[in-house]
Design a protein around this ligand. Structure first.
Ligand code: UDX
Length: 462
């Protein structure tokens, strides 16, 4: 089957390559000449495990091509996926949908026969209906461009696997009897034949809301455990043991109860904000005010990490050297969009610490975003002369670091675990002070509430 994919970022490039892997003939489309040139040369412009291999394979076989030419795309296929970005609008919570709109208004006038436009981007509910109006307005007379919504749930780092073996496929249609359904079914038929998953066919607003609700739920789950983490810190409890224990209840589940620096990336933070903004526009603003708290809990973890670093440095970061291991928003990614790791590195630097950052994949992106931080070529090089070593992204190579090898180059012996991923006992046994978010010693002794009886006894003694 022939199809196009508009947008060749983390989502679009993966979708295009995976559709070729399924046996389809795919044309990837983007407005960025440089990206298209690199993809055409078989090079993935970002880090995603497993993607370079399938991209190269299908570029070489000719089943996967790339272009910036919308007219070529309109002519090439009748099924057009849209996977362009919907970033947070500057100075607002709402999502910026101009890129999805631009695809529809750019493509629709060039169509010479009926086509189906399948939105995959995460959008505010109601966008698909608006895009349908735009398609109707811009398509030539007699040509029907039908908008369908098919949200994408892929996780960076597992994008290929999530695309080829999804948990579920959600398809939103304005009309359940629409012929568009058959085209979408045909595109996903190879997946359903080899490893079937549930297919949920619904209306457009439900399909749009499934995606933002899923991300809001995941963000809430992470912030829940991070809120409990704050209480654990105050009470001297261990949030990781607590998460194991509550996670054993199948109604709760252990996944996404990883306490630490919290969520970042190109999706969760902006999606919860856009969801709140949209609910407000729809007059349901009270429904999602709790997401503001989810956001605040998440951002507080970054500040807490900086406070902890200052505390272990004796109260001030001025003149101290901190090695920050990790810059990507999570391991197996080079994505630094809203990365908690990089935000913490930036804050440490602003508080006067000499901050040396290392990440296995995200160095170029980090340098672009935070050019004033110091960068090292390896984890060990970053730790040279460090008073404090802070693990901010749970890359496997950090988890496996040898405490003795780090001790041989570092000045101090304090390890801060921002992701509750490090083998603390191993480091403690090697002479390190190990501190992690949500665990260990309470910073302030828990105050004993004064009971009236205790207060009276105190008075009598006085
Ligand atoms: C997310 C959704 O999982 C995916 O379904 C959607 O399509 C896009 O958004 P992604 O942004 O790739 O995917 O990352 P995800 O694995 O969800 O992690 C998001 C953030 O949460 C990361 O910063 C991660 O470190 C953090 N996280 C995750 C935690 O802090 N604790 C956890 O237990 C899990």
């Amino acid at each position: 089957m022939r199809m196009t994919v508009f947008g060749t970022g983390y989502l679009g490039a993966t979708h295009a390559a995976c559709m070729a892997e399924l046996g389809h003939e795919v044309l990837g489309v983007d407005v960025d000449d440089e990206k298209i040139a690199r993809l055409t040369a078989g090079e993935v412009p970002f880090y995603e495990p497993g993607l370079p291999e399938i991209l190269r394979r299908h570029v070489e076989s000719g089943r996967l091509r790339f272009t910036t030419d919308y007219a070529e795309a309109a002519e090439f296929a009748d099924l057009h996926f849209i996977g362009v970005g919907t970033p947070q609008r500057k100075g607002e919570f709402a999502a910026d949908t101009t890129y999805v709109e631009a695809v529809v208004t750019g493509l629709a006038p060039l169509l010479s026969r009926d086509a189906v436009l399948v939105g995959k981007s995460t959008v505010p509910v109601g966008t698909a209906a608006r895009l349908q109006d735009l398609a109707d307005l811009h398509a030539p007379v007699g040509v029907r461009a039908e908008v369908v919504w098919n949200p994408e749930f892929l996780r960076e780092g597992f994008a290929v696997r999530d695309t080829l073996t999804p948990d579920r496929i959600v398809v939103g249609l304005a009309d359940p009897a629409s012929p568009a359904r058959a085209l979408v079914d045909e595109a996903y038929a190879p997946i359903l034949e080899s490893d079937p998953c549930p297919v949920i066919v619904t209306d457009l607003p439900t399909a749009e809301l499934v995606k933002v609700s899923a991300n809001a739920f995941l963000a809430t789950k992470i912030s829940f455990i991070n809120a409990v983490s704050e209480v654990c810190e105050a009470a001297g409890a261990d949030v990781t043991v607590l998460a194991d224990a509550i996670g054993m209840d199948p109604r709760i589940g252990r996944r996404f109860l990883g306490a630490g620096l919290g969520f970042g990336g190109g999706c969760l933070p902006k999606d919860i904000r856009a969801f709140m903004a949209r609910a407000g526009e729809l007059g349901a603003d009270q429904a999602l005010t709790f997401l503001r708290e989810v956001d605040s809990i998440n951002m507080r973890r970054r500040e807490k990490m900086v406070e902890l670093a200052a505390e272990v440095c004796g109260g001030t970061l001025l003149g101290r050297t901190v090695a920050v291991l990790g810059a990507a928003f999570k391991p197996n990614s080079d994505d630094v969009r809203d990365s908690p790791a990089l935000a913490v590195a930036g804050m440490l630097s602003l508080k006067g610490a000499q901050t040396v950052v290392y990440d296995p994949q995200a160095m170029d992106n980090s340098r672009r975003l935070y050019p004033t931080l110091a960068y090292a070529d390896s984890a060990i090089a970053a730790c040279e002369g460090a008073d404090v070593v802070l693990v901010a992204t749970e890359w496997g190579e950090f988890v496996e670091l040898d405490p003795a090898a780090v001790a041989a180059v570092a000045r101090g012996r304090v390890l801060l675990d921002g992701r509750n991923c490090m083998p603390g006992e191993r480091w403690t046994a090697a002479g390190w002070t190990y501190r992690a978010l949500g665990r260990g010693v309470p910073e302030v002794p828990a105050p004993v509430p004064a009971t009236p009886v205790a207060a009276i006894a105190e008075l009598v003694r006085a």
